[in-house]
Design a binder for this molecule. Sequence first.
Ligand code: RIB
Length: 302
Amino acid sequence: MNKVLVVGSLNMDFAVYMDRRPLAGETVMARGMKLVPGGKGANQAYALGKLGVRTSMIGAVGTDSSGEQLLESLESVSVNTTGIQKMAEVETGKAFIEIESSGQNSISVIAGANAAVDEAVVQEQENLFAKADAVVMQLEIPVTSVVAAAKLARKHGKIVVFDPAPARSDLPDELWSLVDITKPNETELALLTGLPTGTGDEIVTAAKSLLTKGAKTVLVTLGGDGTLLVTADKVEKFPAYKVKAVDTTAAGDCFLAAFVSRFTGCNFAEAIDFGARAAAIAVTRQGAQTSIPTMDEVEKFT
Ligand code: RIB
């Protein structure tokens, strides 16, 4: 895709590194923390920009220093930020991320300005929809705004890419009928569908239930086990690249953005492989936007 619009969230990430995450009621000593630009929408926009795609974003930040840093980060990779509102009455979104030595994490998000991205904020930027080839959305802004964005994308004949994260069980069927490509991981797929995803067959059945609701293509990301492509005609598995993970934050965002950057409408195998390489590099680096590779790095990665 040459031109992509991302409609979604921007968060300042408070990333805390520790040997292992605490159990309920337990206190553990952490090794350190970093403040890193993040948010699923902003991570995807940043990655698209860094991979050379002409990218615009619709979203919102507060008029605080975190908001400024998030805009600067996107602008550093040439993302058009004119669709991101600066709202004086709310704080920029924040994410609190615990990362253990295995690279696995737990994330809690305070929506802040992301919750104020209502349908009107999305509709005001209709011109950005008209200029894009594809529109990419996630679920850290209100669902009604995601539906509004998908409808505008459809109205302008654009490809609708939907990352259903953080997953929830109450999405309207109308949304799935507007989606061309969706990318849940197996945990999200279980939450979205109410179906088990413990085995390969169960994952395929759950993914097909999203096709029944109207989604055209489901890409189930399986971490180190690769990616499962499920469409009406085929089920195909693609491998992941083996690396030593230090921080999995934004790996899914990086995968999706890299996939979209290579996708031309039917080259699933090539685009999934490009996404898998980009994500493999991202998990070897700390932080969200700080972990995103360049196009050159992804192309050279084997
Ligand atoms: O997908 C990773 C992102 O999830 C983090 O950057 C954090 O902000 C949360 O939105």
